[in-house]
Design a protein around this ligand. Structure first.
Ligand code: PLP
Length: 453
């Protein structure tokens, strides 16, 4: 009995009766019924009614190799048959975890030579936060506890992830839930610069220097780390001016504050380099990664740690009392290893950098002549499209969320997955997308903007 044999209504009813969806107004969804996705191939998905959908979001920023890569299924099957599970606690290891840690160390920048595994991006962020605080305890500066993040950042749904996130929705039930967390404003020039701030680079510097002001306010002796996504993804694809990250790094070094790059979305080729940190020219002390690590085929995340922090914690700290049953899960690790090999051997990231990324960005920018589109931002295969009520003078929609959702729903009905973040439409297709598929994506997007007008 296939999904299709039972009929869409059967699955929608069961879904409504029993399945509580994450980040969803489940009551509203249950009234209309969730779309049942049954299959994927390349950049396309198919639903239970046989409709084809171009996945402009690579699942949830993760299916970088596209759907249907049999090599990943084979890697999983072989590992399932050999050793489906063993933990890496208590004096044991296994080859998939070792090989993956070695591969990650070889593609990360600087001396991020030590890799700690978890299952989700949120767990990786929690791990990074605990590592940063543990580091300062062991280094003899236990007052350094504060971690500074940014407004409109997203770092996950666990207690630490939600607290470090700077979105009001994440604090709906009281927050931040973890103590000693502060936020500074984001580097969103198009959306937040005032009329006098006409130079994006000057704006980028000014926003970076808010970190210095916050460190001085809290006292450098109390600040453990700064955390940021190279490009804020879930916040609407906020691409910082080029001046921003080098200044953030300079400030972190000046005040001896650890720099944590949350690469959960930007990692593994999304911006045209292995990591967003490389695209923006910085070398973090700690890096979190997930999603593209296994192309989303199985849950796995990692925290790559530089020699300074790792040496202190590993050699001076005794046992690091942290970890998860599934840290370095052998099947997930085998699939992640194969993913990295494919990215490397097929030169997929070079293609994003040299060819398909620039093509995608150029084609998307043709949408800027549309009356609804204020500005397209992006690099590599990640982009955000600001929908505006008026371009000149620039005026944002009063109910931007509603416009975004209307546009998103038109896209979905027309056969394109794009997400709405407020009035920004965001797009991050699989890295293997072809030029023809980019053309189709842009054509569909234009049609949906027309329908939203
Ligand atoms: N960090 C960033 C930058 C993310 O974008 C996300 C998820 O989108 C997370 C952390 C949390 O990852 P997960 O949903 O796997 O817990």
């Amino acid at each position: 009995m296939t999904v299709v044999d039972r009929g869409t209504a059967h699955w929608q009813k069961l879904d409504a009766d029993h399945h509580w969806h994450p980040f969803t107004n489940t009551k509203a969804l249950n009234q209309k019924g969730a779309r049942v996705i049954v299959r994927g191939e390349g950049v396309y998905l198919w639903d239970s009614e046989g409709n084809r959908i171009l996945d402009g979001m690579a699942g949830l920023w993760c299916v970088n190799l596209g759907y249907g890569r049999t090599e990943l299924a084979e890697a999983a099957a072989a590992q399932f048959a050999t050793l489906p599970f063993y933990n890496t606690f208590f004096q044991t290891t296994h080859t998939p975890a070792v090989e993956l840690a070695h591969l990650i160390a070889s593609v990360t920048p600087g001396d991020l030579n030590h890799v700690f595994f978890a299952s989700s991006g949120s767990e990786a962020v929690d791990t990074a936060l605990r590592m940063a605080r543990a580091y300062w305890v062991v280094a003899g500066k236990p007052s350094k506890t504060w971690v500074i993040g940014r407004k409109n950042a997203y770092h996950g749904s666990t207690l630490a992830g939600a607290s470090l996130s700077g979105m009001s929705g994440m604090w709906k039930y009281g927050a931040p839930l973890v103590p000693d967390i502060a936020h500074i404003a984001q580097p969103y020039w198009y959306g937040e610069a005032d009329a006098a701030e006409t130079d994006p680079e000057a704006f980028g510097l000014a926003r970076a220097r808010l970190l210095e002001a916050k460190i001085l306010e809290l006292g450098a002796e109390n600040v453990a780390a700064f955390i940021g996504e190279p490009i804020q993804g879930a916040g609407g694809v906020i691409v910082p001016p080029a001046s921003y990250w080098p200044e953030i790094e300079r400030i972190c070094r000046k005040y001896d504050v650890l720099l944590i790059a949350d690469e959960v979305i930007c990692g593994f080729g999304r911006t045209g380099s292995w990591f967003g940190s490389q695209t923006f020219g910085i070398t973090p002390d700690i890096m979190t990664m997930a999603k593209g690590l296994s192309s989303g085929y199985l849950p796995i995340s990692a925290v790559a740690v530089g020699n300074r922090v790792a040496d202190e914690l590993i050699n001076g700290g005794g046992e690091f009392t942290h970890g998860f049953t599934y840290s370095g899960h052998p099947v997930s690790a085998a699939v992640a290893k194969r993913t990295i090999e494919i990215l490397r051997d097929e030169k997929i990231i070079e293609r994003v950098h040299d060819d398909i990324g620039p093509y995608f960005q150029e084609r998307l920018r043709t949408l800027e002549d549309h009356p609804l589109v204020g500005k397209v931002d992006g690099v590599g295969l990640i982009a955000g499209i600001a929908l505006v009520a008026s371009k000149s003078p620039k005026r944002f929609f009063e109910k931007g969320d509603e416009v975004g959702l209307i546009c998103r729903d038109h896209c979905f009905a027309e056969g394109l997955v794009m997400r709405a973040v407020g009035s920004r439409m965001v797009c991050a297709p699989p890295l293997i997308i072809s030029r023809d598929e980019v053309d189709e994506l842009v054509r569909l997007a234009r049609r949906c903007f027309d329908l939203t007008l």
